[in-house]
Write a protein that binds this ligand. Structure first.
Ligand SMILES: [Zn+2]
Ligand SMILES: [Zn+2]
Length: 319
């Protein structure tokens, strides 16, 4: 199975600006002075091996959208943030418009940054496609319909050509969908959010975003450790660096890098993937948070090595 990240930014999409790209170019060219970069291979090696990701890349601008490619006939997606637009294009390229597909979308919640990509997800306009939107919120369908209602959007939900179904899931129970065993879990967030634990083909993945963890709540902590237990990958809301999370941004409904490490260490998780990046953080800041988080994992390690990565649009993980 493969996990593909199409949108990794929290709260609102962001785009790189011309001054930011200029800074990256200047940093890259400054670092190349005195090197003999006279072949394309040498240039590629320099870019890939010598430059930091914050210079050669970007952590991405689209809001929450992650694809789980199971290799099966039915497709699995978590959240419909603005990353759903390039994901829809990718599905069209892979399967064409003439071959109807089934898509299962699992919604963490219906805040705007998690549904805004749906009207731009091209498969909704193609007759024969079946799109099942799964979630635990009573307002699931209403939220999707409302964002396309006049005067906010030119195409009403009722005009979409695909067959769209809503499936209300019960939290705390495994559901058998698209060849997966998938269990939703209630999380602390304004209006509630739900994380998902997926078991399939001997692997486990946890998608847990927009979730605040109260460090002192022992029962809650134990429940999340159980939910994360031995997972191969945990995609975790690490929107804030810890200092922000416990001071100014307490009760903003998000978590931090440090809480992510502590929970994943206790649960013996293989890889922590930080996700839902703060829109005010630039690439340098996110790279710095990643470095600090890896250092924190190292010095608090207790016989179990936890790999720590930071999600970006375009990242692909093998499960
Ligand atoms: Zn969000
Ligand atoms: Zn939210």
């Amino acid at each position: 199975m493969k996990v593909r990240f199409w949108g990794t930014r929290g709260s609102i999409p962001v785009s790189l600006t011309a001054p930011q790209i200029r800074r990256k170019l200047i940093a890259a060219l400054s670092g190349s002075v005195g090197r003999s970069l006279d072949t394309s291979e040498a240039i590629e090696r320099y870019v890939d091996e010598e430059l930091g990701f914050d210079v050669r890349g970007t952590f991405g601008g689209h809001s929450s959208c992650v694809e789980l490619d199971t290799g099966g006939a039915e497709h699995v997606v978590f959240d419909m943030g603005s990353g759903a637009r390039p994901l829809g294009q990718s599905f069209l390229q892979r399967y064409g418009a003439g071959a109807p597909q089934t898509y299962h979308v699992f919604m963490s919640h219906v805040h705007w940054d998690h549904i805004m990509g749906f009207p731009f997800f091209a498969p909704v306009y193609i007759p024969g496609n079946r799109i099942v939107i799964h979630g635990c919120h009573a307002v699931l369908e209403e939220a999707f319909r409302r964002q396309q209602a006049a005067p906010s959007f030119p195409v009403d939900f009722s005009q979409l050509a695909a067959t769209i179904e809503f499936d209300r899931l019960e939290p705390g129970k495994p559901h058998a969908i698209a060849g997966l065993a998938i269990t939703p879990k209630l999380q602390r967030h304004e209006g509630d959010s739900y994380g998902y634990r997926v078991q399939a083909q001997g692997k486990s993945l946890v998608y847990t975003t927009d979730s605040e963890h109260k460090v002192g709540d022992v029962d809650e902590r134990a429940a999340f450790i159980e939910f994360f237990r031995d997972a191969d990958v945990v995609i975790f809301d690490a929107m804030y660096a810890l200092a922000d999370a416990i001071s100014v941004k307490a009760d903003w409904g998000h978590s931090s890098n440090i809480v992510g490490v502590e929970l994943c260490q206790a649960a013996r998780v293989r890889c922590l993937c930080m996700y839902h990046h703060e829109p005010a953080y630039d690439d340098q800041r996110i790279a710095q948070v990643l470095q600090e988080t890896r250092r924190f994992e190292e010095i608090t390690r207790d016989g179990h090595r936890l790999e720590v990565i930071s999600a970006y649009d375009g990242l692909e993980l093998d499960l």
